[in-house]
Design a binder for this molecule. Sequence first.
Ligand code: NDP
Length: 387
Amino acid sequence: MAKIVCVLYDDPVTGCPTSYARDTVPAVAGYPGGQTAPTPKDIDFTPGELLGSVSGELGLRSFLEKAGHTLVVTSDKEGPDSVLDRELADADVVISQPFWPAYLTAERIARAPELKLAVTAGIGSDHVDLEAAMSRGITVAEVTYSNSISVAEHTVMQILALVRNYLPSYEWAVKGGWNIADCVERAYDLEAMNVGTFAAGRIGLAVLRRLKPFGVKLHYTDRYRLPAEVERELGLTFHEDVRSLARSVDVLSIHAPLVPSTDGLFDDELIGSMQRGSYIVNPARARIVDRDAVVRALESGRLAGYAGDVWYPQPPAADHPWRTMPHHGMTPHVSGTTLSAQARYAAGTREILECWLDGRPIRDEYLIVDGGALAGTGAHSYSTGRR
Ligand code: NDP
């Protein structure tokens, strides 16, 4: 029988909802490229309910306990006295989420001798030391595509919010003002701007597709070019490298993984090469940008706005400078955990567990590390030593 430790974010401060804004979430059958949505044998939850917080338990408890397994769910993940650290000693499986990551460092992995499977309920497994997982033969899996469109929608929302100066205008409405000039002194149309994505994988391409109807000029860079018909369809300008992209666009959104070559990539020099008054939206990983370079660029006016939902570490300290820097539109890490996305990644987590517990193969597209090596999606997305 397996022991599964599941690290989830806290319940709402007002307690778990007893009713919801909407009665259902639409079902999504599949994704571009033909991948199907998660196909567990069964689910024990109601799609549209809060599954991603501690009380939601990803809808896993009755499934696991009926089969004789032990499920521990906690949000307490930091420090040697945390529930996570205590439970790791005999855990077979750890489930975590990028929104509230249980950092599975090499040290923690060394203190988890029974650990065989690390599941990301969502996408992005960089909170797991993949080298350590490989050398220990731990399988790492995530629910590929479960929230890619969720993140793309959030990106488009934040681009519009920054360019159109939405948040300050909303604040004027809330505080009883009718200060038209205050609202519009930093407001522009997105139309006709040059907008580019750093990487055009699942999320980056979905952002480009969603921006096309805004009448913008679209740009991107990636390790490999998109098919010529996609470039034609979207009117894309391809850039050989991120430097060329950065100096050519008014708005840049970041959708590359955090790998050694992207760690700290957007530093003073790269941001300084952008046109004065550019915008950056980063829903990929915070460490792809230099934290303090972003603050400096907003203060100097090199950047007119910065938004995203990823921070480092997560949760960030109360005095993290991004909370108070000017002209930002940051949210906590929420883009990929709407109630709609939760239903999909809870189902995907259940599918992964069903396969693993039955000894059936986990879908290739969900695998990051398996058999001591990068595997499946991981072999494509997570290899080290990229340019
Ligand atoms: P994909 O793997 O589909 O796309 C990533 C793209 O980045 C690929 O096209 C890849 O190219 C490209 N790439 C990799 N390394 C580099 C590099 N050094 N320079 C330029 N391009 C590079 O990932 P997704 O689109 O699904 O996700 C992107 C990132 O978004 C994830 O890595 C994750 O960190 C983050 N994310 C954030 C979420 C959130 O809630 N905010 C949720 C989900 C993901 P190639 O095809 O050659 O490998």
